[in-house]
Design a protein around this ligand. Structure first.
Ligand code: XBP
Ligand code: MG
Length: 257
């Protein structure tokens, strides 16, 4: 029988609502600084989120909205450098937002992480975002020491293919020498669950503004958030056994069920 040993967390959209008021704003600041005249609205950014990874997202945007500019840059051999430079500035502006405390953790995240740690569970992160975005978020919300709570922080370009590919979860499982049946993954998006299910991980979804219409077939639980004793979560799919917030007790039942 499998025994629950570890929890693996996505970051963007799962630990915190980073996209609309974080990454999107940082991209726009980088575009403005470079005088490019591009500005991603909340809705347009939602569409662009179908592509994970900031550098990949800029490339996708150019192919959709500025194909001529893209071609010129490709022919001049300057495209990769342009995207790299813009992305580095975007990471700088994102770090600034984090340090100002602009991005809080989602409901229930801090409580649940503390409970998992108190009960001796192993923790890891599997994300598409740049490594310093993860450490910056953890430091600004839970304090610098929280970076050490996670045995593995797998992020960004560390694997050949980003989500929806399963590479990042395979990487974490291998590093921690764990079997998928001994873990639960936490995700928020269709790309995220494709990645975690691709690695055979039981997956709990907490939806957000950008992902509430996504297809979460295969998730063991779909919730609006993790909940708190005084702020009940809504169970959209799966069975939380009558509980109004996610706790280790409920998660253990999901694995042994
Ligand atoms: C997150 C992402 C990230 C961020 C930006 O996807 O797609 O690209 O939007 O991060 P997931 P970078 O939550 O599925 O991991 O700009 O650092 O790439
Ligand atoms: Mg996510």
């Amino acid at each position: 029988m499998s025994k629950l040993k570890a929890f693996i967390f996505d970051v963007d959209g799962t630990l915190a609502d980073t996209e609309k008021d974080g990454h999107r704003v940082a991209f726009n600041r980088a575009f403005e600084e470079a005088n490019l005249g591009w500005c991603w609205s909340v809705d347009e950014y939602g569409e662009l989120l179908s592509i994970t990874g900031g550098k990949e997202r800029i490339h996708h945007f150019l192919s959709l909205r500025h194909p001529k500019f893209l071609k010129q840059q490709q022919q001049a051999g300057t495209l990769d450098d342009l995207i790299k430079t813009l992305h580095a500035r975007k990471t700088h502006f994102y770090a600034q937002l984090l340090s100002e405390g602009a991005i809080p953790l989602r409901t229930g995240v801090k409580r649940l992480l503390n409970e998992m740690r108190e009960q001796g569970f192993r923790l890891a992160i599997a994300t598409t975002t740049t490594p310093e975005n993860v450490t910056g978020l953890l430091a600004s919300t839970l304090g610098k020491a929280s970076i050490g709570w996670f045995e593995v922080i797998a992020a960004g370009d560390i694997v050949p293919e980003k989500k929806p590919a399963a590479d990042i979860y395979h990487y974490v499982l291998e590093k921690m020498n764990l079997k998928p049946e001994d873990c639960i993954a936490f995700e928020d998006s269709s790309n995220g669950i494709q990645s975690s299910l691709g690695a055979n991980l039981k997956t709990v979804i907490t939806q957000n503004h950008y992902t509430e219409t996504h297809d979460f077939t295969g998730a063991v639980l779909v919730l609006d958030h993790l909940g708190e004793p005084d702020n009940p979560c809504r169970c959209i799919a799966g069975d939380l056994g009558g509980a109004t917030f996610v706790s280790v007790t409920e998660l253990t039942k999901l694995v042994t069920a």
